[in-house]
Write a protein that binds this ligand. Sequence first.
Ligand code: MLT
Length: 255
Amino acid sequence: MDDENINLYYEEMGEGLPLVFLHGFPLDHTTWLPAVNILKTRARCILPDLHGLGKSPVKGKETSILQMAKDIIQLMDLLKIQKAVFTGHSMGGYIAMQLAHSFPERVIGLGLVATRPDTDAPDKASARMQSRDEVLRNGSGVIADSMASRLTDNPDTLAELLNIMRNTHPHGVAMSQYAMVHRSDATQWLSSFNFPVAVVAGSLDKIISEEILISMSHQISGAKYYSTPTGTHMVPLEEPDLLARALTETFLSPK
Ligand code: MLT
């Protein structure tokens, strides 16, 4: 888990306030493109592929949510960005909260999208580690098959996601699973967030229920809450107007 040569793939579009987008597991930066296509006329949007996912290479044997946060800080240093808004989807939200806790001086605010602050319950953690072993033995198709029915109800979106997941390196998938099982509980950090936060949820989310996002937003002082009755876990991909509105109102033209 050394810090050298993070070598993260990223895309960059637009100019203005830096918005860094952290994708979910085991996906890639393309899940943000519909919203970023709206936001890039108003902000500088940076879309990395997280360690071992998308086009970013696998490096080392294990990683952690803290290490993934450090990778993002290194990317910001490379891009000479002192402070940014971090918007994280699901696992990307775990990283965004870690960034806010560990590197508050680099944070303008957070967008927390279909994510949760607490850690895996014991049964969830052991199922995740079992799934990790299966991914390492049988490939990334294992995780694609097990997540498919819970990610979205839209067959076109699902086909796109299955394609990303099946083409992801099994070691990259396994490293993210290990990192998620061992993540810190961010619940204790929420009350210390003293910057603007937008929470974005889908009422039909089968992976992280809307109740969890409502509760999280109540624990963050001044958080703005956005949700849609048609939203699944794939809010970034399927509800780009809502996400773009949430980030615009909270960070680009705050009232
Ligand atoms: C994600 O969408 O990033 C994952 O479902 C998060 C998780 O499994 O905890």
